[in-house]
Design a binder for this molecule. Structure first.
Ligand SMILES: [Zn+2]
Length: 496
């Protein structure tokens, strides 16, 4: 996964991944998980055995997905999941179980989306509205136009042609050299996007359609700007590749192509609060020092958010379960945090870091699992070479399970990142991707069917043992900010 500024995640990682892998091949079959012949009579050995023999990690994902369902931040379903997670934490022996609120902005609810050609073959096809964009308030009809402008300057070339049009914003056959990357960071990018949206609204465009980057009819979603009531947005949706490319072929005939579109998303009347769920096992000797294990409980809503990120949430709860079942009491406090608003830009973890600024020095480390069902191969050191020796010690009991990699790589796109930027040693699990980036991530196939149970169980073992070792070791991981260049890129044609 590329490093991008956290604030860009909700808005552009989706687009970035789209840009990177629109025609990638099918994912390889999952690798076999190494089998341990015996378990040493150590705390790590006890945790490994407990999780292997009595895991609840798959059952918990199934409950979250099949019974509760998709968990868009701000939704009633996420609130249900949070109530369930708190009950689960208490059942698993955690104390100080509570929620922490932060301001989120407007909530958004998906409605019924539809698209139908009124010319040519009159096909109905799937479209999925981008979350946090306005609905069309019923059926709208418009002639299609390919508008593959990548910035305001290119967009201005379409002046006078956009009124009443539905715009196709992806050009998969674009042969132009990429725009040179300019400095300025997130604010500049945001300002450019806002100016483009303003231009489209002023010109009277009806809506935009973008092409899903996934093959074989898979759709995709991400979020638009409308969470902030002051920001402008235009109705926008993704269409799968096959119907989208059909629209492009029809346009290439130089004949009018008319589409009937309805996007049913609606906003809440007023801004809402969002919540993080927290529970802990107090340390037996140094309760004031903390090892954090977390995942994000929120999800997108085309599927049920099984691999993004019911898996990481369930793994974090499994760490609690394994500690309780083995009776192991860590030297430092184990704190499990299930964040929200991750998909809109790491909002929950950013709010947590902001609210706990004064206590960050007491955090030994933060471990986050957010790359789906795949087994854990190691952790990203986020450029923290000075943490390598102690992290190597922490994962040593897991080496035979395939957990060996300590990459200096900086991953910026999940909830460890705000901690990392605040100077806390915070690491993301490096996981076998399985079909995450080619399939389940943000698409309508994100159901528990795509779990690989052996790999997920190995992931829970890896997180539990690493957390235990970090909680137990006498030494403290070195803190401090690591200066690194921003290597993230922004796809300028990200749909708005
Ligand atoms: Zn995620």
């Amino acid at each position: 996964m590329p490093r991008i500024p956290a604030a860009l995640f909700g808005l552009t990682l989706a687009a970035l991944l789209q840009a990177q892998s629109p025609f990638a091949a099918a994912p390889p079959a999952p690798s076999p998980v190494p089998v341990l012949k015996d378990y040493p009579d150590t705390p790590a050995g006890k945790l490994l055995r407990e999780i292997k023999e009595h895991t609840e990690v798959v059952a918990r994902v199934e409950h979250l997905c099949d019974v509760i369902g998709p968990r868009l931040t701000g939704s009633e379903q996420l609130r249900q999941a949070q109530a369930w997670a708190m009950a689960e934490m208490k059942r698993l022996g955690a104390v100080n179980v509570h929620e922490e609120a932060y301001d989120f902005g407007l909530a958004w609810t998906r409605g019924v989306d539809s698209a139908r050609l009124l010319t040519h073959n009159r096909l109905r096809f799937r479209v999925d509205q981008l979350a946090w964009t306005p609905g069309t308030k019923g059926l709208v009809k418009g002639d299609l136009l390919l508008v593959d402008a990548r910035n305001l300057e290119e967009l201005k070339a379409f002046k006078g042609q956009l009124k009443g049009r539905i715009l196709l914003r992806t050009n998969p056959d674009d042969k132009r050299p990429p725009l040179s990357r300019r400095g300025g960071g997130f604010e500049t990018y945001q300002a450019e996007q806002a100016a483009m949206t303003q231009f489209l609204l002023d010109e009277g465009a009806l809506a935009t359609l973008s092409m899903s980057g996934r093959k074989n009819g898979l759709s995709f979603t991400s979020g638009g700007a409308g969470r902030d009531p002051k920001k402008l947005a235009l109705p926008a949706a993704y269409a799968p590749q096959e119907p989208y490319r059909m629209l492009l072929r029809l346009l290439a005939r130089k004949e009018p192509v008319t589409l009937e579109l309805s996007l049913g998303g609606t906003f809440s009347a007023a801004p809402v609060q969002a919540y993080n769920v927290v529970g802990e096992i107090p340390g037996r000797e140094q309760p004031g020092e903390v090892v954090v294990v977390g995942g994000h409980l929120d999800s997108w809503d085309l599927g049920t958010g099984a691999t993004d990120n019911a898996t990481g949430s369930s793994v974090a709860l499994e760490v609690l379960r394994a500690f309780q079942a083995t009776g192991l009491k860590p030297r430092r406090t184990l704190r499990v945090i299930l964040w929200s608003g991750e998909e809109q830009g790491l909002l929950g973890s950013r709010a947590y870091v902001e609210a706990h600024k004064a206590e960050l020095d007491a955090i030994q480390a933060v471990l986050v699992d957010d790359m789906g069902t795949g087994m854990v191969q190691g952790f990203t050191l986020q450029g923290r070479e000075n943490c390598r020796r102690l992290m190597a010690q922490a994962i040593a009991p897991l080496n035979d399970l395939g957990v060996k990699e300590l990459s200096l790589r900086v991953m910026g796109s999940t909830d460890h990142a705000p901690f990392d930027r605040a100077g806390v040693p915070a690491f993301a699990a490096i996981q076998e991707p399985v079909d995450y980036f080619l399939g389940t991530h943000h698409s309508q196939m994100d159901y528990p069917d795509h779990l690989v149970p052996d790999q997920l169980v190995q992931g829970a073992q890896a997180m539990a043992v690493t957390a235990w070792e970090l909680a137990e070791m006498p030494a403290r991981l070195p803190h401090g900010r690591v200066a690194l260049p921003v290597t993230g890129a922004v796809n300028p044609s990200a749909p708005r």
